[in-house]
Design a protein around this ligand. Structure first.
Ligand code: ATP
Ligand code: ATP
Ligand code: MG
Ligand code: MG
Ligand code: MG
Ligand code: MG
Ligand code: MG
Length: 260
């Protein structure tokens, strides 16, 4: 590259704000689909959960994780995804706007790139877009509570939406009446409503709907054969998706490398 010549206009750089995030803290970037209530209608998503759309979100998240090695964990549900960077992450000098914009543009590009693989019969009618924010969490406990918050949100919304769409689609209620019917109901009431009136056992719903998607890196063994014909096992880090509980301690105990 040429050495950049200084010009008398260079001083405008001083107007840029410093946005380097606090060192030694967890960084979380959360993306959320913009106007997806409308977007999902325009593209005839199955309600309440279109499995193709969830798999497409997961595919895009995988692209992001594979391109940024300092992301240790990601969690997705509905039209949102959270990416957790290691406390020691140094990518882009921890500059908030660089991290958020690169991440959201990679994710969006992948979402569009892979759309037809998951929706072969549904052409894109408009460009999907996502917003992004970065939040700094100063302790392991608070970062874990952040993830608990998102997974609890997934559970609460899914339970409500499952009841709502069962009342509308199977029960024949109008959306207004279904909403009225659910007003003030507790979790226990929703279980009873689904089972008692529709024979639906909420607990047997798919895990991906109830728990969302957790993306982690796992060491997979691969057999390598050297030139002399000797075989040995090496470990390669691969990105894996599961639909497990991340609120309790078990997940964290089984993966001590995440918290370090
Ligand atoms: P960074 O990620 O730091 O931005 P970069 O490789 O994108 O790295 P830039 O300083 O942004 O570096 O430079 C953009 C590069 O893309 C230059 O090499 C430039 O010549 C090339 N480029 C951009 N637009 C065009 C174009 N329309 N035709 C040919 N080359 C282009
Ligand atoms: P905003 O731009 O403020 O985020 P929004 O319309 O995207 O507005 P959200 O609160 O993000 O609002 O809600 C996401 C919407 O997308 C909900 O209506 C949800 O039901 C729908 N949605 C997201 N993923 C799916 C899916 N896989 N299947 C069916 N519907 C989905
Ligand atoms: Mg440039
Ligand atoms: Mg929103
Ligand atoms: Mg949204
Ligand atoms: Mg959302
Ligand atoms: Mg560039």
């Amino acid at each position: 590259k040429h050495a950049m010549a200084k010009s008398r206009y260079e001083y405008v750089r001083n107007f840029e704000c410093e946005d380097r995030l606090l060192p030694s803290t967890w960084l979380v970037v959360r993306l959320d689909g913009q106007g997806f209530t409308r977007f999902t209608e325009q593209h005839h998503f199955t309600k309440p959960n279109d499995i193709r759309a969830l798999h497409l979100m997961n595919r895009a998240a995988k692209v992001v994780m594979e391109s940024m090695v300092e992301i240790v964990l990601a969690y997705g549900q509905s039209d949102e995804y959270s990416f957790v960077f290691l406390k020691t992450a140094r990518a882009y000098d921890r500059r908030a706007s660089k991290l958020a914009t690169l991440l959201v543009s990679k994710f969006t590009a992948a979402y569009v790139f892979y759309w037809s693989e998951f929706f072969p019969d549904t052409p894109l009618k408009r460009l999907p877009s996502f917003d992004a924010r970065v939040v700094v969490y100063p302790s392991d406990r608070i970062m874990r509570d952040y993830l608990c918050w998102r997974q609890a949100d997934c559970h609460i919304n899914n339970m409500y939406n499952t009841c709502f769409w069962t009342l509308v689609n199977t029960g024949g209620l109008t959306p207004k009446d279904a909403e009225k019917r659910l007003n003030g109901t507790l979790s226990k009431d929703k279980h009873e409503l689904l089972f008692g009136e529709f024979g639906v056992n909420y607990n047997s719903e798919q895990e991906i709907f109830k728990k969302g998607s957790v993306v982690v890196r796992e060491k997979a063994p691969i057999d390598v054969i050297d030139k002399g014909g000797h075989s040995s096992t090496r470990f390669k880090s691969i990105v894996q998706i599961c639909h497990c509980d991340i609120i309790g301690d078990a997940f964290w105990r089984e993966r001590p490398e995440i918290l370090g």
